[in-house]
Design a binder for this molecule. Structure first.
Ligand code: MG
Length: 470
């Protein structure tokens, strides 16, 4: 009897002793503004060096068909942070200081999702989802914010700005303007220093750090230390400073002993702004750039690193998109996903580099302007719908940050095989009418759901953005 009682007591103690809780992973997303597909070493950059990103790629996985949801800043950011096509939630184009709308309180950002699991959260960089107090990051899940509320070219000193067009550019700290920017050469360093401090301060609990750098968006600015560091000019200098920033963040994670607890993602919000010539990046082999649904506008460099969880030195050609990050991170943090419809799907098997992992979507939809469904990708196929897009044609490269003028031209109904033709050079629509039909049918579902201004359709599943309460 005594023995039995002892056993019972022992069992009770055993079950009452908490198992050391497994730490939830830290998540870091470094999101570069207007960086082209071929702008970093692991994606073929020439004329300057990105040693930290080279190392990050060697230690992690590269996605060679990774997409921003749209080829423009605000829309792209809305999609990344909510796991939802930005046109579904009423965010189109790029919001400036005149915008009276922004991200809705009804949407759930990655930061808000992770707050439910006790994460510390911070954003250092460009927000661009509304600059009025109700839209600022601190109202959408972030504990800390330092950065610009919209693009760095939306200011009076920009060479293209007409007098009186823009007010001075405000730098926000949480919900207050702390500085009116005289120039922007300190921004990359300032964001990086905050990021390093945030990691150090939060090393003992899970954190979400979002670093949407203001660079490499024009007008270009670089810190003193990197001025003239690239042989190829200012653009290379600026990329090298961003690479330094990535290095500082990775170094801090390692120093704090958090390498095996931290998923780090590096990518871009859209392709290069090609009209800026020498002040723009490169989409390499891809067609066109920012502001289009061609591959150069939406396909971006992507690296993910998490030692022990993501095998080193992998590359995948499977497509993926920023909308997939929220559900993937939700799974990793064991967090409940938003109750409303989101568009992203969990791509953890792909990130983990599983040999047979496939993209879980039937298709990705590429919207641009105010809700024009311009293209759809399914598997290796991309169907372009007749629309007007901007192109530079064969103009010489613009110099000194003064942009060249785009010409608007029209596309037809065009089909491309991205596996053999990533540059979208040969339209094979005539050869594959069955594929055209299948992708048309997928697009039709998207039109029903999210609308399409090219075919004058109103979607049943769209939601309103946040409206300014005055
Ligand atoms: Mg951008």
């Amino acid at each position: 009897m005594k023995r039995k009682l002892f056993c019972l007591a022992f069992t009770a103690i055993l079950f009452a002793t908490p198992v050391a809780a497994q730490r939830l992973p830290n998540v870091v997303i470094i999101f570069i503004d207007d960086m082209g597909y071929a702008d970093i070493g692991p994606f073929g950059a020439k004329g300057y060096k990105t040693p930290n990103l080279d190392r990050m790629a060697k230690e992690g996985i590269r996605f060679t068909s990774f997409y921003a949801a749209q080829g423009v800043c605000s829309a792209s950011r809305a999609a990344l942070l909510t796991g939802t096509y930005s046109n579904r939630i009423g965010i189109h184009g790029a919001l400036d200081h005149r915008a009276k709308h922004g991200i809705s309180d009804n949407e759930v950002t990655i930061a808000q999702m992770l707050k439910t699991k006790g994460y510390a959260t911070a954003i250092y960089g460009k927000w661009h989802l509304g600059h009025h107090p109700q839209f600022l990051p601190t109202r959408h899940g972030f504990d800390e914010y330092l950065g610009l509320p919209y693009s760095n070219d939306m200011w009076p000193n920009h060479p293209e700005a007409k007098p009186g067009t823009y007010p001075p550019l405000p730098l926000f700290e949480n919900d207050k303007v702390v500085q009116v920017m005289p120039d922007q050469s300190q921004l990359t360093r300032a964001y990086t220093e905050r990021a390093v401090s945030f990691i150090e301060r939060n090393k003992d609990k899970p954190f979400f750090l979002y670093v949407p750098h203001t660079m490499v968006h024009v007008p270009l600015f670089v810190g003193e230390k990197f001025k003239g560091s690239a042989k190829t000019g200012l653009y290379g200098d600026v990329v090298q400073e961003v690479d330094w920033s990535v290095g500082e963040i990775l170094k801090t994670i390692k120093k704090q002993g958090l390498d095996k607890d931290t998923l780090v993602i590096f990518t871009s919000d859209n392709g290069p702004w090609l009209s800026y010539g020498e002040h723009a990046g490169s989409s390499g082999p891809l067609r066109e750039g920012k502001g289009t649904a061609w591959e150069g506008g939406v396909r971006v460099p992507f690296i993910a690193r998490w030692p022990g969880k993501i095998p080193a030195g992998r590359t995948t050609r499977e497509p993926a998109m920023t909308i997939d990050l929220l559900p993937t991170i939700g799974r990793l943090a064991n967090a409940e996903l938003p109750k409303h419809k989101i568009d992203g799907l969990d791509i953890w098997p792909l990130l983990q580099g599983e040999a047979k992992a496939k993209n879980p979507h039937d298709a990705y939809f590429f919207y641009y302007n105010t809700n024009e469904l311009q293209a759809v990708r399914s598997g290796k196929w991309k169907l372009i719908f007749p629309h007007t897009y901007r192109t530079l044609g064969n103009q010489p490269k613009a110099k000194d940050g003064i942009p060249a003028k785009y010409t608007n031209v029209k596309s037809g109904l065009e089909l491309y095989d991205l596996e053999s033709d990533m540059g979208e050079k040969t339209n094979v629509a005539d050869k594959h009418p069955d594929v055209v039909k299948r992708l048309e049918a997928l697009a039709e579902q998207a039109r029903e759901d999210m609308g399409d201004s090219l075919t004058k359709r109103v979607g049943k599943g769209v939601r309103e953005p946040g409206r300014l309460v005055e």
